[in-house]
Design a protein around this ligand. Structure first.
Ligand code: ATP
Length: 200
């Protein structure tokens, strides 16, 4: 079993690269995706969030208004901590369950890749057997964030600038996937890393 971290700046292509590793046979654990799934109607975490922050966060069909929740916690550190205290332990429990399921299915050879956008910022790189960094040049990230996410260029630039630098990410990388080119080019690099991972 190997437990790797996958990181990269906003819009670098982490989800895209994770998908290519999944196609090779890796188990991808994505805390953001888990946290979204735990906020779906009927989930205990959602019920706890509503108890803490109010029924007005739900629409008529019981779906969470994410923007309303984001507005509450955006400028309120104490509220953000209360939200994290509800969501983070549940995300950790579900991540652990997914890891254990992958290991149980293939104890020797399971390759688990944890998608962690802020790996440098949170200083957790050493907790993993290896780190894969997705590296994409600034202009390309900006263009993709604007074109595919509809972000304002100033907003996209500010988010890029608020994160760790490319040099900081390179410093913790065991493998670097360059994703400024075509999807095919990236897929080829993922296949090469996968071959290394599965042959030694
Ligand atoms: P975030 O940090 O916001 O979660 P991310 O790092 O997971 O983003 P992706 O969502 O994988 O990034 O990619 C950002 C956008 O760029 C997506 O719309 C994706 O389809 C597109 N994209 C990623 N890689 C490529 C590529 N090599 N060529 C063209 N488009 C790409």
């Amino acid at each position: 079993m190997r437990h790797l971290a996958l990181t990269g700046g906003i819009g670098s292509g982490k989800s895209t690269v994770a998908q290519f590793f999944a196609e090779q046979g890796a188990t991808i654990i994505d805390a953001d995706a888990i946290s979204r799934s735990l906020m779906e109607p009927g989930q205990r975490v959602l019920a706890d969030v509503v108890t803490e922050f109010g029924e007005h966060l739900l629409d008529d069909s019981g779906v969470l208004d994410r923007q309303a929740l984001a507005n509450i916690v955006f400028n309120d550190v104490a509220a953000r901590e209360r939200l994290n205290d509800i969501v983070h332990p549940a995300v950790r429990t579900e991540s652990k369950r997914q890891r254990e399921e992958a290991v149980a299915a293939d104890p020797e050879n399971a390759i688990i890749i944890q998608d962690i956008p802020l790996l440098v910022e949170t200083g957790q790189a050493n907790a993993y057997d290896g780190v894969i960094v997705v590296d994409t040049d600034h202009a390309t990230r900006l263009q993709r964030l604007v074109e595919t996410r509809g972000m304002e260029p100033d907003d996209a630039n500010a988010r890029i600038a608020a994160q760790a630098t490319d040099a900081q990410r390179h410093a913790i990388a065991d493998w670097i996937i360059h994703n400024s080119g075509s999807l095919e080019d990236t897929r080829t690099q993922v296949e090469a890393v996968w071959t290394q991972l599965t042959t030694n």
